[in-house]
Ligand binder design. Structure first.
Ligand SMILES: NC(=O)c1ccc[n+]([C@@H]2O[C@H](COP(=O)([O-])OP(=O)(O)OC[C@H]3O[C@@H](n4cnc5c(N)ncnc54)[C@H](O)[C@@H]3O)[C@@H](O)[C@H]2O)c1
Length: 250
């Protein structure tokens, strides 16, 4: 028997990186997965991989920054599986620039995906999580916990994820659902591989948010999400757990 047999997990950003690793891990442990991502072909590939390993996974292609798409993804999960036990808000985008170079499009994209996406998916999923006493795990970042140069927009969205996680946890304190976040440090995914710091960046400032233990693998982060989604974490609610190898310790 898998740990998550009979459970249904809606996972945003399931096509790549941390989201994909989480989808594959939970599918392997028995959960039925609804993977929600804007990248249809990578998502189809993730579904193939989950199914090849004996898991159950369905793709929903859409944009988390769209309220309608988030509500449609939740409706699809209910149509397909009849319940939702876990919402993992993992989809995200990053960019790096001097604040003085930040354009309207980039700001709107970061806020739309990283912050509005969590709000809309949470809004749509909560009535169903209340029915199952399910849980929500939001992916923030160490960028929300320490001052990080050249990422004002990204850091602000992740700070928003931390604040909304705590606020929502308090709003639902007297129910059976659990709402938590994690704040990873650097993780080896396409997000970090494509990351470009400004040409004129002061490397002494950048160095302090790299840390001392190298990058985590996406499956190491997925394990923490799986723990938070499991009954072992039944007393954990309204918390932000750093998964950063000590980066934000001091
Ligand atoms: N990689 C890191 O170092 C790191 C560190 C801390 C936090 N995070 C956070 O972890 C999360 C996952 O990032 P990752 O590193 O796995 O990156 P990734 O680029 O590998 O995966 C992100 C996924 O989100 C999807 N996505 C992007 N925009 C979307 C949209 N509008 N609608 C639906 N899906 C969309 C992408 O298609 C992709 O599949 C993000 O929220 C990121 O901010 C990453």
């Amino acid at each position: 028997m898998g740990r998550f047999d009979g459970k249904v997990a809606l996972i945003t950003g399931a096509a790549s990186g941390i989201g994909r690793a989480t989808a594959l891990l939970l599918a392997q442990r028995g959960a039925s997965i609804i993977g929600f991502d804007i990248d249809g072909s990578a998502l189809a590939d993730a579904v193939d991989e989950a199914q090849a390993k004996g898991g159950t996974m369905t793709a929903v292609v859409g944009d988390v920054s769209s309220r309608d798409d988030c509500h449609a993804a939740v409706a699809e999960a209910i149509d397909e599986y009849g319940r939702i036990d876990l919402l993992a808000n993992i989809a995200g985008v990053a960019s790096s620039q001097h604040l003085t170079d930040l354009g309207q499009d980039d700001w709107d994209r970061l806020v739309g995906v990283n912050l509005s996406g969590v709000v809309w998916c949470a809004q749509a999923a909560i009535p169903h999580l209340l029915e199952t006493n399910g849980s929500m795990v939001n992916v923030a970042s160490s960028a929300a916990m320490i001052g990080q140069a050249y990422t004002v927009a990204y850091s602000a969205t992740k700070g928003g994820v931390v604040a909304l996680t705590r606020s929502l946890a308090m709003e639902y304190a007297r129910t059976g659902i659990r709402i938590n976040a994690i704040s990873p440090g650097a993780v080896d995914t396409s997000l970090t591989r494509d990351y470009q710091i400004p040409d004129e960046a002061d490397m002494k400032l950048v160095q302090r948010y790299i840390g001392f233990r190298g990058m985590a693998g996406p499956s190491e982060i997925a394990e923490v999400i799986a723990f938070l989604a499991s009954d072992d974490a039944r007393r954990i609610h309204g918390t932000v757990i750093p998964v950063d190898g000590g980066l934000t310790t001091g």
